[in-house]
Structures are given as structure tokens and as C-alpha cells.
Design a protein around this ligand. Structure first.
Ligand SMILES: [Zn+2]
Length: 164
């Protein structure tokens, strides 16, 4: 199965839906931020400043249900920022409709995100997080459009939109 096959995308979409179920979250939840980041807060502080949905995504590496984010329909010019600390992460010019149900981008802003290896759920994936707070954003796949060929599959709950 090639990385760009429709079957694989459908599988990932189903997987995302499954990961959003309560039982799955209990199995896969783990600390998002490994190591030190410029923005550090205790779990209690994050729980105070984030919504329950944001905390689940950013701090517990959760996955929102596909086709639920209002940002899927955000087509204005502007910047998508980290919901936790406001760091500019993606320019609207790099957003595209992947059909997966999650906001998708083909390139992050310079130095905006970091990546780590994610072997949860029996797959090898590349996890994407905010470079400033370490908050989990989503994953990056190699079946995106030109010019990078990358697909940053990002949870809308981890983002905010700042119009230009
Ligand atoms: Zn952040």
C-alpha cells in the first residue's frame, strides 16, 4: 500500500475517529512534551488555561474527531497559531483541503514546529508539536502536494486563526 493511496487515507481517517473515542484516549494518552521547551507550565496550569478539548490534544496527544473543526472552512488570509501560547505555526497560503477531515498544511513556518517518532497504535508515524510549548499538534505524512510533498495533518483544536 503506497503512502498516497486512498485506502491509506481512509484508514487514517478511521483511525483518527477511533482515537477520539474515550476508551482509546485512555489507552494512548501520554505526556506530549518530552524534554524542555521555552514555554513550560505544570499540568495544573495547562488545565487552567486550556479548554478540555485543547488539553486533550495538546498535552495528551489526543486526536479530534475528523470533520469537526471550524478551521476546515477557514479560507481567509492569515496565520494559524498555537492555541496554547500564540506561536505562529502555519501560513494560510500553505493550507490545503486534504479530504481527511483535519486542517492540513504542506509547510510550517520556519522553526515553528518540532517532530518526534510516534510508534503508538501499532504504526510508525512522525508526531508534530509546537516548538515553543511542546504541545502536540498532529502528524506529518509524505503524501502531501507540491512543492514539499508533505501533509501536516493538524488538529484544529490545537490551533487558533489570526486573520491578516
Ligand atoms: Zn505552543
Amino acid at each position: 500500500m503506497s503512502a498516497s493511496s486512498p485506502d491509506r487515507r481512509r484508514f487514517l481517517a478511521l483511525l483518527g475517529a477511533g482515537a477520539a473515542l474515550p476508551f482509546a484516549s485512555a489507552c494512548t494518552a501520554k505526556p506530549a512534551a518530552k524534554g524542555r521547551f521555552p514555554v513550560m507550565k505544570t499540568e495544573a496550569e495547562w488545565r487552567r488555561t486550556l479548554t478540555a478539548e485543547q488539553f486533550y490534544i495538546l498535552r495528551e496527544e489526543g486526536t479530534e474527531r475528523p470533520f469537526t473543526s471550524p478551521l476546515l472552512k477557514e479560507h481567509r488570509k492569515g496565520t494559524f497559531t498555537c492555541a496554547a501560547d500564540g506561536t505562529a505555526l502555519f501560513a494560510s497560503s500553505t493550507k490545503f483541503d486534504s479530504g481527511t477531515g483535519w486542517p492540513s498544511f504542506w509547510k510550517p513556518l520556519p522553526k515553528a514546529v518540532g517532530t518526534s517518532s510516534d510508534r503508538s497504535l501499532g504504526m510508525s508515524r512522525t508526531e508534530v508539536h509546537c516548538s515553543q510549548c511542546g504541545g502536540h499538534l498532529g502528524h506529518v505524512f509524505d503524501d502531501g502536494p507540491a512543492p514539499t510533498g508533505l501533509r501536516y495533518c493538524i488538529n484544529g483544536d490545537a490551533l487558533k486563526f489570526r486573520p491578516a
